[in-house]
Design a protein around this ligand. Structure first.
Ligand SMILES: C[S@@+](CC[C@H](N)C(=O)[O-])C[C@H]1O[C@@H](n2cnc3c(N)ncnc32)[C@H](O)[C@@H]1O
Length: 288
């Protein structure tokens, strides 16, 4: 079976479409399979988490969460567990951090990274927690994967205590500036890269969705991932290595496309016109 980004090709849909439930189930099955995060993908995830851009993102989320000692926190789509570890340092000693992720390999990785938090495998659209059991819920780069965002937001509302906070970070891929002398080829590469998302433009509808789910006191800030010079620590550099894996498995992006794409980026850098810029949006709100 051919894989793209670790997912069987037939489970993927073009970006900005909403997947039907059957596709979603196939996606979930693929995400939870051992093929999703193989050794190479895990290594790339770790390298990505260590970049200054991702460290800055974690700082921005923590600032928006305004955590205090003793709070009970839920991290949805917890991924590698690094965020959970940083949250635990603040809510300790009487607070708690629970992480939930759909992918078994990610849950295993998170348990190693942060043994003192509790991690469960599950679906963010159907939370296995009691009503009103958390003070704060966060979801970073998760809603983009969900075909049922509204259902997940209602679930978050249910498990938050009245007055509890939600903090969501997501990317709007419409904000991308990635300089190229071959814009058609770049557009094709970005299309392939964003295909695993159910919605590559979450932030532009999120305030409406939050209100509809019963949240108030909504606020929003941006943080820009900005790489204006090339460098091995760049978020863009890691994005490129993910793109390489995706392109290698894709029927729509040939080896020749990949070689031309790399040569184009080298030409842009050699001319001193390197530029990668992508906006993330951090929404905070309160359960009414
Ligand atoms: C891009 S990663 C983000 C990880 C982490 N929040 C961070 O910011 O580093 C998205 C995570 O969401 C998880 N995920 C995807 N669909 C999910 C679902 N329906 N329920 C829970 N987790 C899901 C994936 O397994 C993956 O670990």
């Amino acid at each position: 079976m051919k894989f793209r980004h670790g997912l069987p090709l037939d489970t993927l849909a073009p970006a900005a479409t909403v997947w039907d439930l059957e596709r979603h189930r196939a996606f979930q099955a693929a995400v939870m399979s051992k093929d999703f995060y193989d050794e190479e993908m895990s290594r790339k995830q770790e390298a990505l988490a260590a970049t200054p851009d991702m460290r800055g993102q974690r700082r921005a989320i923590l600032a928006a969460m305004e955590l205090g000692p003793g709070e009970a926190v839920l991290d949805l789509g917890a991924g590698n567990g690094i965020m959970a570890r940083e949250m635990l340092e603040i809510v300790d000693p009487s607070g708690s951090v629970t992480g939930l992720d759909a992918a078994a390999p990610m849950v295993a990785m998170a348990r190693e990274v942060c043994p003192r938090a509790s991690f469960v495998q599950g679906d963010a659209s159907e939370l296995p927690f009691e009503d009103a059991s958390f003070d704060v819920v966060t979801a970073a780069q998760l809603l983009c994967f969900l075909p049922e965002q509204d259902r997940a937001l209602k679930e978050i509302h249910r498990v938050l205590r009245p007055g509890g906070r939600i903090v969501v970070l997501d990317t709007d891929w419409g904000s991308l500036v990635w300089n190229s002398y071959k814009p058609d080829l770049m557009a094709k590469a970005v299309d392939i890269y964003t295909r695993p998302y159910a919605d590559a433009y979450v932030p532009r509808t999120l305030s409406r969705r939050l209100r509809a789910a019963g949240f108030g006191n909504i606020s929003c800030n941006t943080m820009t991932v900005l790489n204006w010079t090339p460098g091995p620590d760049n978020y863009a550099e890691l994005t490129t290595s993910f793109l390489q894996s995706i392109a290698a498995a894709s029927d729509d992006f040939s080896d020749d496309d990949w070689q031309r794409w790399v040569a184009d980026q080298e030409a842009v850098a050699a001319a001193g016109e390197y530029m990668f810029s992508l906006n993330r949006y951090i929404f905070s709100a309160q359960r009414r």
